[in-house]
Write a protein that binds this ligand. Structure first.
Ligand code: GLC
Length: 428
């Protein structure tokens, strides 16, 4: 192995290649998270073994009944493609410690037990079949390995355990071809990158996969941050990971989860939020014990995929923080690519007019994004009024592409319209 770089040298080194490595990811915007493991059979949550105080020997029995149907990963990828997603991240081994691949380091795996299949291999093949980038989720925490907790206070146990984690990830980075994303989770019980030997671990990973991008959960900043169950823009690359129902990452009963699950408009709202903040959305499904996709997710994901096929320019590709200060209208949100302002109208007013305040730059043209049809508008001072097009038939979110004559200057109007026409910000 090449000489181990110091933290400073390592971070300088990966900074040099970050833009090239991240280019596809920054344009992809949208991926599918898949939480699948022994916990899927329990149907309560992926933390069941821990929060429900399972006896390890009792929990291990779930390995014999881990029986996903043949072709299950292909169904996940098929749905991700239909949804307009560009990459997938699979829990290759969650905190329960069960590996979904043919591991020589961890015999507690899906080739030795249950279905006796390499689910990771099937997942990678499915991603390739559907032209999706490949992401591996890899938990650092482990409730099955005897050193998984002792490592926090026993030097020898820590050495053994960090070596175990390193070898698990070496297998994943060696045996499945090009891997695009390594998505670490829960660096516990050690609490520092030094405790995890993350510097050595990640240099090994990057040595095997030079173009890979790594998240921030091995206690090193790496390539992107991971706000969870919230959409909070970061000052560097960031990806919001979200459950589909706000309840569990793992499978829960579909009929009972459906009322809590996102509909198409809820997913579009998140896509607008991440795109307007220059981040990504990793939206989760928790397949059932047989590997089937949760039916409550299929409709909304497919609907959004159809919408994206006509309005993708407002989501995918380079996006900058929106130039609008505050929202130019309660019924609209915006995304921005540095040239076009995309106005997402969630409501089409009955009088057929969408009015926007605060724009100090002349508006040149407006098109309905989905079909390119021109949209009539007026602009008097800072007030723009669009003649609304027919509402989008797929998800009732209609996107207008606005082209301004130069840099967009926008200020949220004051609360007192009588003040200088409401725009004291622009008055010299
Ligand atoms: C949290 C949960 C873990 C889940 C992860 C997804 O870390 O502990 O179960 O896989 O979020 O981001």
């Amino acid at each position: 192995m090449a000489e181990l770089l110091s933290k400073r040298a390592y971070e300088e080194s990966i900074a040099k290649t970050r833009d090239q490595r991240m280019e596809w990811w920054r344009e992809a915007r949208y991926g599918m998270f898949v939480h699948f493991g022994l916990y899927s059979q329990i149907g309560r949550q992926e933390w069941a073994m821990s929060v429900e105080n399972w006896d390890v020997k009792e929990y291990e029995k779930l390995a014999d009944t881990f029986l996903p149907e043949p072709g299950a990963p292909r169904k996940w990828a098929e749905l991700a493609k239909k949804a307009g997603m560009k990459y997938m991240v699979l829990t290759t081994r969650h905190h329960e410690g069960f590996s979904l691949w043919d591991s020589k380091v961890n015999p507690y795996n899906s080739v030795n037990y249950g279905c006796k299949r390499d689910i990771v291999r099937e997942f990678v093949d499915a991603c390739h079949e559907y032209g999706l980038k490949v992401g591996f989720y890899s938990s650092l925490m482990d409730w099955h390995h005897p050193d998984g907790w002792r490592c926090a206070f026993d030097t020898e146990a820590r050495r053994r355990f960090t070596q175990y984690i390193k070898e698990l990830n070496r297998e994943l980075m060696t045996n499945y071809g090009k891997i695009d994303i390594l998505w670490y989770d829960v660096s516990a019980p050690m609490e520092s990158w030094e405790g995890w030997d993350s510097l050595e671990l990640n240099q090994m990973v990057r040595g095997l996969q030079p173009d890979i991008i790594i998240n921030n959960r091995s206690k090193l900043e790496e390539d992107f941050s991971t706000p969870e169950e919230q959409i909070t823009a970061g000052d560097k690359d960031w990806e919001a990971c979200m459950t589909f129902n706000g309840i569990s990452w793992g499978y829960v009963d579909s009929v009972q989860a459906a009322p809590y699950s996102y509909n198409a408009q809820g997913i579009l709202r998140m896509l607008c939020q991440v795109a307007s903040g220059g981040g990504n959305l990793l939206l989760n499904i928790g397949p059932a014990p047989d590997g089937s996709v949760p039916p409550e997710a299929v409709g909304p994901l497919t609907q959004v995929g159809q919408w994206l096929s006509e309005n993708g320019a407002a989501v995918y590709g380079k996006k900058l923080p929106t130039p609008c200060h505050g929202t130019p209208s309660a019924i609209c949100s915006t995304t921005y690519d540095g040239e076009k302002l995309y106005l997402w109208a969630k409501i089409t007013p009955p009088n057929g007019e969408i009015a926007l305040g605060g724009f100090d730059t002349p508006l040149k043209s407006v098109r309905k994004l989905s079909d390119g049809s021109p949209v009539e508008f007026t602009q008097k001072g800072h007030r723009i009024v669009l003649k609304a097009a027919a509402p989008d038939p797929i998800a009732n979110v209609t996107v207008y592409e606005l082209t301004f004559d130069g840099e967009i200057r926008h200020e949220h109007c004051s609360d007192y319209p009588q003040l200088h026409g409401g725009y004291q910000h622009f008055v010299k």
